[in-house]
Write a new protein. Structure first.
Ligand SMILES: Nc1nc2c(c(=O)[nH]1)N[C@H]1C(S)=C(S)[C@@H](COP(=O)(O)O)O[C@H]1N2
Ligand SMILES: [Mo]
Length: 316
């Protein structure tokens, strides 16, 4: 496979994201007017403060809280992807050249219309840019301009049955090309899950790119999940299978170490990991530490998903 340099082309899905941005800006204005009429503050758009219609130039743009983007170099160079290696600085080199074409994602389980999508089918879903904070459970964090589309749109297309309560995701199993999968101490393939309402939430993204480029293998090419209010291990990479299921899925981490990496994994500075505090985090590219934000700063959008927010159960 000879990849075309992203700098040489403007893929169709980036043009589409521009159109989407204009729509989002219009919606935001309408939303603000409506809320002002009711005497309430508008909820900030999670798409950040980039100019409508533009993918931020390198080093420009912020998230909706004004946080600078993490550099492209760091996003590409520092990655967690245990299928390649446990060393975040070594993933990019080992994943270089990992073939992600052709690629299919089979969506099925408790649905009316099971369907297998080629990656080009997924790129036909209208793509938009989303600037999200990414918070690893190991207390490092980044601010990343993704592009992709809400998972809810894919799920609506397959028509979940009323018996479906959770969504189960699976990463590719390819030990010949993923050296970490030869390590039998993990129950490969990587599996993650969400409750159906979490999966349908508008913040939950299927990402196909970042910084205006297609995803690189180390970041989960060609398609990965991004769930910004949860610890990063929920945001499963290089997905080949999505199933609607009735029971809570057994994720790789639930099987391996449920006490430390549970199903819910919602970010909370007040609930320490069994082996370290979550009160602060290290933003890659910055000196010093920052305070961790409750639900990673997305509480206005997602707190209502969880009754009894004080219960510690939601956080591991
Ligand atoms: N398949 C798979 N997905 C994965 C991982 C992994 O090891 N394998 N690591 C997770 C962890 S721990 C984090 S923090 C994020 C990191 O995403 P990034 O490297 O693109 O920043 O990916 C998550 N998705
Ligand atoms: Mo992580």
């Amino acid at each position: 496979m000879v990849p075309i340099k992203s700098s040489e082309i403007t893929p169709e899905h980036i043009y589409l994201s521009r159109r989407k941005f204009l729509q989002a800006a219009g919606l935001l204005a309408a939303n603000a007017a409506l809320l002002a009429a009711c005497g309430r503050q508008p909820v900030p758009l999670s798409t950040g403060t980039t100019t409508p219609g533009a993918v931020p130039a390198l080093g420009e743009g912020t998230d909706e809280l004004g946080n600078a983007l993490t550099s492209l170099e760091s996003v590409l160079g520092y990655a967690n992807y245990y299928e390649f290696t446990l060393n975040p600085n070594g993933v990019a080199r080992l994943a270089q050249g990992f073939s992600t074409s052709p690629w299919q994602v089979a969506v099925g389980g408790l649905v009316n219309q099971p369907k297998t999508f080629d990656i080009d089918d997924l790129r036909k879903f209208e793509q938009e840019e989303r600037i999200y904070r990414m918070r690893c459970v190991e207390a490092w964090a980044m601010v990343i301009p993704w592009f992709g589309f809400p998972l809810s749109r894919l799920l609506k297309e397959v028509e979940p049955l009323s018996t479906a309560k959770y969504v189960r995701f699976e990463t590719i199993y390819d030990p010949d090309n993923m050296p970490g999968q030869k390590d039998r101490s993990f129950p490969w393939p990587y599996v993650e899950g969400l409750r159906l309402d979490e999966a349908l939430h508008d913040l939950t993204l299927l990402a196909t790119g970042l910084y205006g480029q297609d995803l690189q293998p180390q970041n989960g090419a060609p398609v990965r999940l991004v769930v910004p209010w949860k610890y990063g291990f929920k945001s499963i990479k290089s997905i080949v299978k999505i199933d609607l299921v009735e029971e809570m899925p057994q994720s790789l981490w639930l099987v391996t170490n449920p006490r430390e990496y549970g199903f819910w994994a919602n970010v909370n500075p007040k609930v320490p990991h069994p082996r370290w505090s979550q009160a602060t985090e290290r933003r890659i590219g910055e000196n010093g530490r920052r305070e961790t934000l409750f639900l990673n700063g997305y509480a206005d959008e997602v707190a209502s998903l969880y009754p009894d927010l004080d219960s510690r159960d939601w956080y591991y």
